[in-house]
Every structure is written in C-alpha cells, then in structure tokens.
Design a binder for this molecule. Sequence first.
Ligand SMILES: [Zn+2]
Length: 122
Amino acid sequence: MNSIEKQKGWLIGISIAMIVLAVAGLVFGIILLVAGISTISTTAGIIKLVFGIILTLAGMVLLPLGIRWAWIGLALSATKGSIKQGNIAKEGGTVNMKKCDKCGTELKDGETVCSNCGKKFE
Ligand SMILES: [Zn+2]
C-alpha cells in the first residue's frame, strides 16, 4: 500500500463517518427541534430545542465537509489506475523520468540535450 492509497482510504473513511454523523445529527436535531417546540413551555422542551438547534447546525456544517472529503478521496481512487505504486519516486515525481547524470535535471521525452547544463545524450 503506497501513500496515495493510504490517504485515499483515510479520506474516504473519515468522509463517510462525517456524512453518517451529519445525517444523524440533522435527523436527531430536527426530531429534537420538533419535540422541543411542541413542549416549549417546559424546561425539558427548551433543552430539546437548544440541542436540536446545535445538532442541526453541526449536521449542516459536517455534511458539505464530508461530501467534499469524499470527493477528494474518490478523485484519488480515480487516479490510482494511472499512478501505479512502482511509478512513484521517493522524492516525488515519477521514476521513469530520465535525469541528466551530470546535474540531475529531469529530461523531457525525446530530449537529447540537458536544458540546464547542456550535456548531450545518445
Ligand atoms: Zn544536466
């Protein structure tokens, strides 16, 4: 498992948890709000109303965040096919990129002269 896959799994896991929490918060929040409004004259009703508002607001904030993170996680899994594990260099970039053996500058496909130091290649 490479770092991209680890990040992707982490993001999707967190975002699914956030979406589930957000939806649960919204549902319980609205239930508490309704219950609180119908019993507003009692202390328990006011407490329900306050918790209902807090849960509903938390749900409304968490839901778009969860969806955003899920989107990033899914985008990472979509690129998995084109970024193979063996193709990821330790310092970033791709390992199949040719480098100038004199100065280390990356050479573009078909380039026969180093753009940095001018060294010629076959
Ligand atoms: Zn060079």
